[in-house]
Design a protein around this ligand. Structure first.
Ligand code: PGA
Length: 265
């Protein structure tokens, strides 16, 4: 039986000011019970991280940033390094497609950010995924391979097992007017990612590493993704801004964790 704990993460993207973020957290806190069989991660903007760190129930929620600068300190006006986030967040979303597309983040940038996060005791949620054209051209495996291998290039096997991989086909992300995927079709890519991890870092690392699915996940379809063999959780965008939808996703994940044998400890 797998020991991978189901992870439900919300990427709030560039939404909510500090008081709106606080209201969302208080609403979620009321709706969501303490589930030791789940990890629930909230990804607000940089601006809200400090206040939410003081407000959240840390046994229920963990925080993720959405980015970071790969050099720890220096003359980089306006940037926020992973060193500055140390102790404030447990996770950092790295290589999200909106950063790769809108901010021209390269494979090297993503690799340097993953390395910097690990160096600062922050677990990367590394996003990888293909565009619609790449899928049509049957390049999905090549794209996933390149994004995975390059991002993890500098890490030891032990460091890799601290990384969470989020498979997010770009054509299924709501930001890009995505159309939801058919959950059953996604197992092949999730399994491919796990196989790559096994080939590169050994079966034990592949068995330990959590792989999430992301792309128009909501309360209606979350269970179908969680039921996939290699799916260890979901990365949620738009629906993570709704108290009702996100708390329902969490409660469905909890129900599912019981049926899958991942019981509260
Ligand atoms: P979505 O976003 O759930 O709104 O499609 C997912 C993501 O971008 O991580």
């Amino acid at each position: 039986m797998t020991t991978r704990k189901i992870l439900i993460a919300g990427n709030w993207k560039m939404n909510l000011n500090v008081s709106e973020a606080s209201l969302l957290v208080h609403g979620l806190d009321k709706q969501i019970a303490n589930h030791h069989s789940l990890e629930i991660v909230l990804g607000p903007s940089f601006l809200s991280l400090q206040s939410l760190n003081l407000e959240i129930n840390h046994t229920k929620f963990k925080l993720a940033s959405q980015n970071g600068y790969p050099i720890d300190e220096g003359h980089y006006t306006g940037e926020i390094s992973f060193a500055m986030q140390r102790g404030l967040v447990d996770y950092a979303i790295i290589g999200h497609s909106s950063r790769r597309i809108y901010f021209n983040e390269t494979l090297d940038d993503v690799k340097n950010k993953v390395k910097a996060a690990i160096r600062n005791d922050i677990k990367p949620i590394l996003c990888i995924g293909e565009t619609k054209q790449e899928r049509l051209d049957k390049e999905t495996k090549q794209v996933l391979h390149d994004q995975l291998v390059s991002a993890l290039y500098d890490l030891t096997a032990e460091e890799v097992s601290r990384v969470v991989i989020a498979y997010e086909p770009i054509w299924a992300i709501s930001t890009f007017d995505g159309e939801p995927s058919n959950p059953d079709d996604m197992q092949r890519e999730l399994a491919y990612i796990r196989k790559q991890l096994a080939d590169l870092y050994g079966q034990a690392v592949a068995d330990d590493t959590r792989i999430l699915y992301g792309g128009t996940v909501d309360d209606m379809n979350a269970t179908s993704y969680l039921a996939l063999n290699d799916c260890d959780g979901v990365l949620v965008g738009a629906a993570s801004l709704s108290i009702d939808k996100f708390s329902k996703i969490v409660s469905k994940a909890y129900d599912y964790s019981l049926t899958k044998g991942k019981k509260d400890d």
